[in-house]
Design a protein around this ligand. Structure first.
Ligand SMILES: Cc1cc2nc3c(=O)[nH]c(=O)nc-3n(C[C@H](O)[C@H](O)[C@H](O)COP(=O)(O)O)c2cc1C
Length: 187
C-alpha cells in the first residue's frame, strides 16, 4: 500500500442540499457533502462559517435537507459554487421550483425527490469545525419515487455521490445486496 498523506478521502461522499430562507424570505440552497444522519431523528451539517446558510440557520432555526437526483445535477452543483451572500437571486437563476414546508420554516424544492424537514437544535463551535445539529420532524417524498408499499425506492431517486479524489459525480447504481442479510452465511 502507498502512503498518500492526510486527506478527507472517503468514497462515496453524499450530496445533500440544505434549504433555508434568507432574511428577505427568498430561498437559499447549498450543497453539502460533509454531513448526514447521526441518529434516528438527527442530522449534522458541517459547514464553513462564512456561508449564507449559517446566517440563515441562526435566524430561522430550521432547514430542509434534500437528496437531489441527476436531473437536477447542474443546478445542485451550482448551489455548491456560489454563495447567496454574493448572488441574491442564486436560487431563482436555476429555474427550480419551491414550496414552503408545512412543518418547519424552510423551503422544499419540488424537483428534489426526498426532503427531510428539520428544526435546528444545536450549534457546535469546535476547534475542528462548525456543526449544526437538526432534528427531523417529517420526511417528504415525491410520489414518483415510492414503490407499491409506499416506501421510497432508492433506485427511483437517481441519486448521485461525490468523488472527492477527482471532483466527479457518480450516479448511484443498482442494488447489490441486502443489509443485515447478505452477510448471514458467515454467522
Ligand atoms: C460537492 C460539494 C460539496 C460541498 N460540501 C460542503 C460541505 O460539506 N460543507 C460546506 O461548508 N460547504 C460545502 N460545499 C460548498 C458550499 O456548497 C458552497 O460554499 C456554497 O456556495 C455555500 O452557499 P451559501 O453561502 O449560499 O450558503 C460543497 C460544495 C460542493 C460542490
Amino acid at each position: 500500500m502507498k502512503s498518500l498523506g492526510i486527506h478527507p478521502w472517503l468514497f462515496p461522499q453524499p450530496v445533500y442540499m440544505i434549504g433555508t430562507y434568507n432574511d428577505d424570505d427568498t430561498v437559499n440552497q447549498m450543497m453539502m457533502a460533509w454531513g448526514g444522519i447521526v441518529d434516528y431523528k438527527m442530522v449534522a451539517l458541517n459547514i464553513a462559517a462564512d456561508h449564507q446558510t449559517c446566517a440563515n440557520l441562526r435566524r430561522r432555526k430550521a432547514f430542509t435537507l434534500a437528496v437531489p437526483g441527476v436531473d437536477t445535477l447542474e443546478a445542485s452543483d451550482y448551489f455548491g459554487m456560489v454563495s447567496g451572500r454574493n448572488v441574491p437571486d442564486k436560487f431563482e437563476r436555476t429555474g427550480l421550483h419551491v414550496v414552503k414546508s408545512d412543518k418547519v420554516d424552510a423551503p422544499i424544492v419540488s424537483e428534489y425527490p426526498v426532503t427531510l424537514e428539520c428544526v435546528l437544535v444545536e450549534e457546535q463551535q469546535q476547534p475542528y469545525g462548525l456543526r449544526f445539529l437538526g432534528e427531523i420532524v417529517d420526511v417528504k417524498a415525491d410520489e414518483r419515487v415510492l414503490d407499491g408499499q409506499g416506501k421510497i425506492d432508492a433506485e427511483k431517486l437517481h441519486a448521485f455521490v461525490f468523488d472527492v479524489f477527482k471532483n466527479g459525480y457518480y450516479e448511484v447504481g443498482g442494488m447489490c445486496g441486502n443489509a443485515w442479510k447478505s452477510g448471514g452465511k458467515f454467522k
